[in-house]
Ligand binder design. Structure first.
Ligand SMILES: Cc1cc2nc3c(=O)[nH]c(=O)nc-3n(C[C@H](O)[C@H](O)[C@H](O)COP(=O)(O)OP(=O)(O)OC[C@H]3O[C@@H](n4cnc5c(N)ncnc54)[C@H](O)[C@@H]3O)c2cc1C
Length: 490
């Protein structure tokens, strides 16, 4: 006779505590299989890269180490989710599956639908639980904020591991050798995955680093220390938003730096706000939020795209940001905005030709934030003020001495301070004097900012009055914005 079991299906919730599906499974009482699937359709999609899989793998390895004492483990495997569920259902008498709801791109929904079909066939009940206050099937934003605070304010779930585990041999679904090799490689330049590292970042932020949170939030160099750097741990679920919220809000240091910590806590809500939009319309991955912007045309320039992707545009801060991202997987919010703005406005490229590249680079890639934020900066939402960043001004304001630039663009190491933001202003005599030949050591600027900025303003701002844009704007405000309110995160 097949053993009766339940399954907890892990997705972006790789932690051992404050886990609602696990609690339900525990209450249900049956032996429970803890399952993580590297779904081949998801891991090979164009938004994912080895750095993501590595982070996930590190998280699971650590969980398994910590769970060893309880006799449980996460069974991780590789393949198509539906096929794997089918195999498990053939081997066991599966009664229930518990997971969090996932607000992912369309193809992750397709995977869920295929799994739902299999579970229906085997008469297995699948319970998907709300995650981080994001509501499935939401019709209006009225009351959403209160709902979010209710969700976050609930006590942290203490999971015990008192139930019986399940032994499952994933023989047919082992990780392919090359995949395993790729994700087992350590990379000291990236934040390591796992709960321990997440708690360490949280602790150091609340006790020490967070005091300069607001002051340095836009500085490309200093923010690497003063920002929480919790984003990958939240994105992959090593820490829940509730755990973080409670930890910071009730930390003895909270009163000492109230303004900074309040600014931090509100961002946790922004996070769910953006994911909520995507939950309602995951077409934001491929279609302009305001469909009126589909009418705008862009001439695709492969050389521009390549130069931007590799950090060789000739604009030092843009290049430094891209190279820092390539190597470390993180830059701050303003620098992300500037990279997108430069690509979509100054280089006049379609946002869809840049969005996957940086999704693959962000260690904290979270589809719900990423696609909506990218479109906000690209100016295709029609409800937000379009900001066209001037990278030279950003550079002078936020990296005045060029420290960040020199770290990431070593070709400019010897460049004197007065030219670090605009190396092209050096005369030939000065280039000779400083042994710096523009176009050889470092590229000439791809575009002339004054001209590209002017053209972008005319194009994107001019389009705001378009009838299709105006019509769409009304629809968007009705669905995604709390009635009578336009907040910083709208
Ligand atoms: C084009 C673009 C793409 C982005 N893509 C992502 C992404 O894929 N994943 C991601 O986590 N963030 C994304 N962000 C938002 C933001 O830049 C990062 O959350 C932040 O830089 C992460 O660093 P931190 O954890 O130190 O943030 P902190 O400032 O310490 O903030 C704490 C947490 O709040 C949330 N948060 C902070 N700022 C925002 C914001 N503006 N919108 C929504 N949530 C926010 C994040 O979860 C973050 O970890 C994007 C921003 C832009 C402009």
């Amino acid at each position: 006779m097949r053993e009766a079991i339940n399954i907890v299906w892990y997705k972006r919730d790789l932690r051992t505590q404050d886990h609602a599906p696990l609690l339900l499974a525990t209450e249900a009482g049956l032996p429970t299989l803890l399952l993580y699937i590297f779904d081949e359709d998801i891991v090979t999609y164009k938004d994912m890269s080895p750095r993501h899989h590595r982070f996930v793998y590190q998280s699971i390895m650590e969980m398994n180490q910590n769970l060893e004492i309880t006799g449980h483990q996460i069974h991780y495997c590789y393949g198509k989710s539906a096929t794997i569920f089918q195999a498990i259902c053939q081997e066991f008498d599966v009664k229930q599956v518990f997971s969090y709801q996932e607000s992912g791109p369309q193809h992750t929904w397709e995977v869920d639908k295929q799994v739902a079909e299999v579970l229906k066939e085997y008469k297995v009940k699948w319970t998907e639980l709300e995650k981080d206050g994001v509501v499935r099937g939401l019709q209006s934003r009225s009351g959403w904020e209160d709902h979010w605070y209710d969700y976050i304010g609930k006590p942290i779930i203490e999971n015990d591991y008192s139930w019986q585990g399940v032994r499952w041999k994933r023989v047919d679904f082992e990780l392919p050798v090359n995949f395993l090799e790729m994700i087992s490689v350590k990379n000291a330049d990236m934040q390591p995955g796992g709960e321990r590292a997440g708690w360490n970042y949280l602790h150091s932020f609340a006790t020490e680093r967070g005091r300069n949170y607001q002051r340095h939030i836009s500085k490309p160099e200093y923010s690497r220390k003063s920002s929480s750097r919790l984003s990958p741990y939240i994105a992959w679920g090593n820490l829940s938003v509730r755990q973080i919220f409670h930890y910071v809000r009730f930390h003895p240091n909270y009163e000492n730096h109230k303004r900074a910590f309040r600014a931090f806590l509100i961002r946790l809500q922004w996070r769910s706000h953006f994911i909520q939009k995507f939950e309602v319309e995951c077409s934001y991955e491929t279609v302009c939020v305001n469909k009126g912007y589909e009418l705008l045309e862009h001439e695709k320039k492969e050389d521009f795209i390549k130069a931007w992707q590799t950090g060789n545009t000739g604009y030092p801060l843009v290049d430094a940001c891209m190279r820092a991202l390539i190597q470390t997987g993180w830059i701050n919010f303003r620098m992300r905005s500037m990279l997108v703005s430069f690509f979509c406005h100054h280089l006049d490229q379609d946002w869809r030709d840049g969005v996957y590249h940086i999704a693959r680079l962000f260690l904290d890639y979270e589809p719900g934030i990423h696609f909506t934020q990218f479109q906000m900066q690209a100016g295709t939402t029609g409800v937000n003020t379009v900001r066209i960043y001037n990278p030279v001004k950003q550079s002078k304001d936020h990296d005045p001495k060029g420290r960040f630039i020199r770290t990431w663009v070593p070709e400019l190491c010897e460049c004197p301070d007065e030219f670090i933001h605009e190396p092209w202003t050096m005369t030939s005599f000065e280039q000779e004097m400083y042994d710096f030949k523009l176009g050889e050591k470092y590229p000439e600027p791809l575009v002339q900012l004054e001209e590209s900025g002017r053209r972008a303003r005319t194009k994107i701002w001019g389009h705001r009055k378009n009838k299709a844009v105006q019509e769409e704007k009304k629809r968007i405000l009705a669905v995604h914005v709390k009635p009578g309110k336009s907040n910083g995160a709208s």
